[in-house]
Structure formats: C-alpha cells, structure tokens
Design a binder for this molecule. Structure first.
Ligand code: CDP
Length: 205
C-alpha cells in the first residue's frame, strides 16, 4: 500500500524541516526534490548542459553540503524552468512516491504534477521576511558569509521565477491544506502537519 505525502511551498518556507520530521514520525521515506534541481544547477555552474546533467544524475550520490548555497539555489531555480530538465527528473520522483512503505516528498510541484493523487497535500508558506530570516540564521550557522538582505533578495528572486515559469509553476494544489507558518514556531507547524496526516491515515481505516 503506498501512502504519499506531498509538501510544496516557496523558498525557505520550512518544507524540508517539516518533511524530515513527519517522515521520521510516521516511518516514511523522505525525498527533498529541491536537491535534485540543486544538483543539476551545480553541474550547470560547472559548465555542463543542464538537460544532460538531469539525464545523467544519480540521485543516490548527492553531496548535500555543497548544494545548500545561495549560488546553487539560484542556478537550481534557473534550470528548473526548463521543461526538459523537469521531464528528466519525473520518473525517479514518481517511483520514490510509490514506495510500498510510503513516502514524503517536498518541493514545488509535488501535489500538482508529480503526485496529483497524494494522500496528503500540504502547502507550507510564510512571509518573505520570515523565510529570509530563517534561512539567514540557517546559512550563518553553517558558516556562510551572507547578509539577511542578500538572503531576502535570493528568496524573492526565486519565488518570482518559480511562480512565473510555464513548466510546473509553484502553485498550491486545489486540494492542498495551506499552512502559513509566519506566526508559528517549528513545533507548532509540525503539530499542524502531523494533525493533517493523522486525519488522512484515519480516513483510510
Ligand atoms: O530549500 P529551498 O526552499 O530554498 O529550495 P529547494 O527546495 O532546495 O529548491 C531549489 C530550487 O529548485 C527552487 O527555487 C526551484 O526552482 C527548484 N525546484 C523545483 O522547481 N521543483 C521542485 N520540486 C523542487 C525544487
């Protein structure tokens, strides 16, 4: 029996934190689909053709620490607007979502394109200022020399590009539960996500 949880939302909204925590709590596999696009973006920065990079990507071998930089995030958002890049990554994501033990995927188009039949769809969002603040603290803690203003500019530029693109734009699925975490702590956001998932599991009997 497959059970897919789709978590979408704009940059630095806390999707990853929530996805990881609910995966651990419900014993589901977790895929951060942003890392796939970041890996393709990183290869593009090294001079590789993004479509070739996407076609030859080995999702089991992603060096996460190297991919979590603002430069790579921007490159990811650029390559993610190319339909051929997105198409090359679809099969892997859908196969992951169909795992028999259940899966949580977080990204931008999970509930709309990758798993339109997901058992649970969450759209996690927060104000740009809140998201920039959280990402700034995260990057600073890892030793990245960034200012909050630079992080806000990165977040806003990616939001605009991700929402405005023709191929799988950032969009809440019609049947998604929207979670605005601007005024919530991570514990509160997580509790809200857990409640939605528990209700879905109960509904399945
Ligand atoms: O962690 P953060 O929200 O900052 O970004 P991410 O989830 O790692 O995604 C990086 C970029 O990849 C986004 O700005 C999107 O352009 C792209 N992306 C996408 O187009 N579709 C997805 N399912 C996931 C990410």
């Amino acid at each position: 029996m497959s059970f897919a949880v789709a978590i979408d939302g704009p940059a630095a909204a806390g999707k990853g934190t929530i996805a990881k925590a609910v995966a651990a709590r419900f014993g589901l596999a977790h895929l951060d689909t942003g890392l796939l696009y970041r890996a393709v973006g990183a290869r593009e920065l090294e001079g590789q053709d993004p479509v070739e990079a996407a076609l030859s990507l080995n999702p089991e071998e992603l060096d996460e620490s190297r991919l979590r930089t603002p430069e790579v995030a921007q490159a990811a958002s650029r390559v993610a607007s190319q339909p051929e890049v997105r198409a090359a990554l679809v099969d892997f994501q859908r196969a992951f979502a169909a795992r028999s033990g259940g899966a949580v995927l977080d990204g931008r188009d999970i509930g709309t394109v990758i798993c339109p039949d997901a058992a649970v769809k969450l759209f996690v969002t927060a104000s740009p200022a809140t998201r920039a603040r959280r990402r700034f603290l995260e990057l600073s803690a890892k030793g990245h020399a960034v200012t909050e203003a630079e992080v806000l500019a990165d977040v806003e530029a990616r939001d605009a590009r991700d929402s405005g693109r023709v191929a799988a734009p950032l969009l809440a699925a019609e049947d998604a539960v929207v979670l605005d975490t601007s005024e919530m702590s991570i514990e509160e956001a997580l509790a809200a996500a857990v409640a939605v998932i528990e209700a879905a599991l109960e509904g399945r009997g």
